[in-house]
Design a binder for this molecule. Structure first.
Ligand code: FAD
Length: 365
């Protein structure tokens, strides 16, 4: 079998971690692997806890270069900025041109700010390096506004209101918090946050979010010292010509709708058989399917489709030792869910070899 250059962009949380850990299988199938990715990666499962001080700052920070080295993968420690499909090259920020026969894109997502005018000083929940800067800004913040009322906003509000000395405000466009959760679960979160003094403003669309105030479309303004944009996630921008309105369109096999040689996975992929929530679990489960499909194509066998699970367990860290576990209509608020989350996260991080940080988190339990 001929050796082929195969440029991969990175996600440690998701699908490409699996490819990296099975680099030997890919090499045995004849692939030469090139990984285009920044030198480190933050694991989102602990991102709120680390950025709000509940866990050590660098817990969940993965050393991508070391990981690539350990798996004998050629790592180009740069960001990809474009793909030239005619020449079949990936172009990096420093203008390196990396040839490929097969390209897999795992570019993740970013905070969505649709129709909101957001000032540069405002912290966004993603990229996670930006969320990590929150730790340094908390000392001086007495009034914090969180825009959005989804699970990440609930984690932020829960953790930030768990310690005294500051007031947290949540501004949500819809009629209730955490609207994707069963109504009684979101009511339980609302009750908990109210007990901790969180100010919740519902049915309010934010028009502008500035360093010192938030303005809603009805003209109301609320002052703050610090603001966080947590209005959900949207696919990262795709290289020119590869993306659609919801990310990179892929078939069930994870191949691009119009190009058999390009794969996309995780949050950046617009999974055409059915839209998937922007949750790490889907990317993680795409890993083995992507690996089998790459190996299958090397030996001329057919691809298999990715079949997403109907619902996934989600645990929301609400701070002060409490978590809310939810799966479909089932939910549970208490200490055990957070304990379970800490164990799942620690186990996942421990599995990632050579991540360059201690594997034992300071538990909030
Ligand atoms: C605060 C927060 C908490 C979350 N908690 C959970 C949780 O507990 N459980 C859960 O299931 N989901 C959680 N999520 C959602 C989860 O983060 C995403 O669904 C998941 O990370 C998607 O994985 P991914 O591999 O697609 O992308 P990502 O994890 O976003 O990784 C994409 C990677 O690609 C790299 N990249 C991007 N662009 C380029 C480029 N041009 N060139 C090279 N590399 C590039 C990025 O640096 C990044 O390392 C959370 C999200 C946030 C924001």
């Amino acid at each position: 079998m001929t050796q082929r250059p195969n440029a991969l962009s990175w996600s440690a949380r998701g699908t490409h971690l699996h490819l990296l850990r099975h680099a030997d299988d890919l090499r045995a199938a004849g692939f030469l692997i090139k990984l285009v990715a920044p030198t480190s990666f933050r694991y989102s499962g602990v991102a709120v806890s680390t950025s709000t001080g509940a866990l050590p700052e660098n817990y969940g920070l993965i050393d991508v270069s070391a990981l690539a080295r350990n798996h004998a993968v050629d790592h180009i420690a740069e960001r990809m900025v474009d793909v030239d499909r005619d020449a079949r090259v990936v172009i990096t920020a420093e203008s390196q041109r990396i040839p490929y026969d097969i390209l897999s894109l795992n570019l993740g997502s970013q905070a969505s700010s649709e129709s909101i005018d957001v000032a540069p000083e405002v912290t966004r929940i993603k990229p996670l390096d930006e969320l990590a800067t929150l730790t340094n800004r908390l000392d001086r913040a007495r009034m914090i506004t969180i825009v959005g009322g989804g699970p990440t906003a609930m984690e932020l509000a829960g953790n930030l209101s768990a310690s005294t000395g500051r007031t947290v405000r949540v501004v949500e466009a819809g009629p209730r918090l955490a609207s994707a959760l069963p109504p009684k679960a979101s009511a339980a979160i609302a009750k908990l946050l109210a007990k901790r003094g969180v100010e919740v403003i519902l049915n309010s669309h934010v028009a502008a979010l500035d360093a010192d105030q938030v303005t809603t479309t009805d003209g109301s303004t609320y002052l703050h010292d610090l603001a966080v944009l947590a209005t959900g996630l949207t696919a990262s921008p795709a290289p020119a010509g590869l993306g659609g309105p919801h990310g990179i369109p892929v078939r069930g096999t994870l191949q691009h709708r119009d190009d058999d040689d390009i794969y996309a996975c995780g949050d950046v992929a617009d999974f055409l058989p059915g839209a998937l929530p922007k949750l790490g679990v889907y990317g993680v489960r795409q890993g083995p399917v992507l690996l089998r499909n790459l190996v299958a194509r090397a030996v001329g066998e057919p691809h298999e489709p990715f079949e997403p699970q109907r619902s996934a367990l989600q645990v929301i860290d609400l701070g002060a030792t409490l978590g809310l576990a939810v799966r479909g209509r089932w939910w549970w608020l208490g200490r055990a869910p957070l304990h379970l989350k800490r164990r799942i996260d620690a186990r996942w991080l421990a599995r990632v070899e050579s991540r360059g940080v201690p594997s034992d988190p300071r538990s909030t339990q």
